[in-house]
Ligand binder design. Structure first.
Ligand code: AMP
Length: 413
């Protein structure tokens, strides 16, 4: 089954085409056929498209909206020139999987999209006003372009965290706000945390119930998750992705009173404060330079830039603090897993996070840590480390394709 995986944002779409079915899933034999990204949708869009094993094709095109961009992707895949040999016409696309950011409390697993499911996603717009509308537009565009008969599946960022117990998901606010508006922790990056937990289980050849780990997704957005007996029992992002770790441009945890304080001192509106916390804070805010960890590490190394170093230190300290908190919350764990752009590629950040965790029994092996970059997967701690550490590259698109196949075949994961 050829699955088109779509991740629709407000002005960009990431996609992959993956060939997989139940047998291929069981044998880990899924095949990636193509991938790409279209950015700056709404005007002169920038397209980067690539059939697997072939050169990247870059171009620009006038793409007015998400529908035009989805149409562009499908048409590209069907042309000879794309190099996606398995796709000759739209009848070679068998299902479409969508990343949907917010599933609220309603969606605890991936769903075959019906009108009812679509309404459910619509009902969650309040909780993710920037993301869910773009996801819905992607679903409707696909329905229009590929027909109502095309199976479409929604894979929610929040679904994996629906196993959080009340004590972890409730904020200590008046309870009626949870009752009335469902104000609570939902958590995000669920597909990534779930995928690396699955890979860990595969690597160790253990059943799901024996997965007791802390996963750190460190990319431009960052989150930590405590996974006990295979289930997410706590996670650092909250009702929105703002809470928790220090991120590229998000502050992560702050004292909520700072909002009111800054509003009055700086004469800012609530919307401006939200922009400040989401887009001007984190690594960018502290360093005053960039949200890009690679650039910060270069600045710190080459120019000994104090603020770059400070941003790196805050980032690592917060991550270490969450590992400690989750070890306490879970009553100990077997491993810490690093994933995401920073987690997968930066041995230095991993080492800085782990430094000071020796008390927990984590013994990092420098050579193993240094060797784990560019998509490598494996152990970076001593084999007899009480708390082990692994690097496991994430692959959210693969999990979306697999869930799509399972939903179409009505198989529970
Ligand atoms: P993601 O959002 O998962 O694509 O991750 C993006 C982040 O990963 C950016 O901050 C990049 O600077 C960072 N990153 C990618 N490669 C490296 C690297 N080799 N060293 C440090 N950070 C990296």
């Amino acid at each position: 089954m050829n699955v088109l995986v779509l991740n629709c944002g407000s002005s960009s779409i990431k996609f992959q085409i993956i060939a997989t079915d139940l047998e291929q899933i069981a044998q880990n034999a899924d095949q990636r056929l193509a991938r790409g990204i279209i950015e700056r949708i709404g005007g002169e869009a920038v397209c980067s498209l690539q059939a697997e094993g072939k050169a990247k094709q870059r171009s620009t095109a006038q793409l007015r909206d998400i529908r035009a961009a989805v149409d562009f992707i499908i048409r590209w895949a069907c042309t000879q020139e794309s190099g996606v040999d398995a796709i000759q016409s739209i009848s070679d696309i068998h299902a479409v999987g969508h990343r949907v950011v917010h599933g609220g409390e309603r969606f605890q697993q991936s769903m075959l999209i019906s009108d009812e499911v679509l309404h459910g996603i619509d009902d969650c717009i309040d909780l993710a006003p920037l993301h869910n509308p773009a996801n819905i537009r992607g679903i409707l565009a696909t329905r229009e372009l590929l027909g109502a008969g095309m199976p479409q599946v929604a894979v929610f960022d929040t679904a994996f965290h629906q196993t959080l117990p009340e004590q972890a998901y409730l904020y200590a606010l008046p309870y009626q706000f949870y009752r009335r508006y469902k104000v609570r922790r939902y958590g995000f990056h669920g597909t990534s945390h779930r995928y690396v937990a699955y890979r860990y289980r595969n690597l160790l050849n253990i059943p799901r119930e024996q997965v007791n780990i802390i996963t750190l997704h460190l990319g431009n957005g960052c989150s930590a998750t405590a996974i006990k007996a295979g289930d997410s029992v706590d996670t650092s992002m909250g009702m929105t992705p703002l809470e928790g770790l220090v991120m590229g441009t998000r502050s992560g945890d702050i004292d909520a009173s700072i909002i009111d304080f800054l509003m009055s001192k700086e004469g800012l509106t609530a919307q401006e404060i939200e922009g400040l916390l989401n887009k001007q804070s984190g690594l960018l805010g502290i360093s005053g330079l960039t949200n890009d960890m690679r650039e910060l590490l270069d600045e710190a190394r080459e120019n000994n830039d104090r603020r770059a170093l400070l941003a790196i230190e805050l980032f690592c300290y917060r991550a270490r603090k969450y590992i400690g908190a989750y070890l306490a919350a879970m009553g100990g764990a077997d491993a810490v897993i690093f994933t995401g752009g920073i987690g997968e590629n930066s041995a230095e950040i991993r080492a800085r996070i782990c430094r000071g965790l020796e008390w927990s029994g984590l013994q990092l092996v420098e050579a193993a840590n240094a060797s784990m970059t560019n998509g490598n997967e494996g152990l970076i701690s001593a084999a007899d480390s009480r708390l082990k550490a692994y690097v496991i590259p994430t692959d959210e698109e693969l999990l979306i394709a697999r869930d799509t196949v399972r939903c179409v075949n009505k198989v529970q994961r």
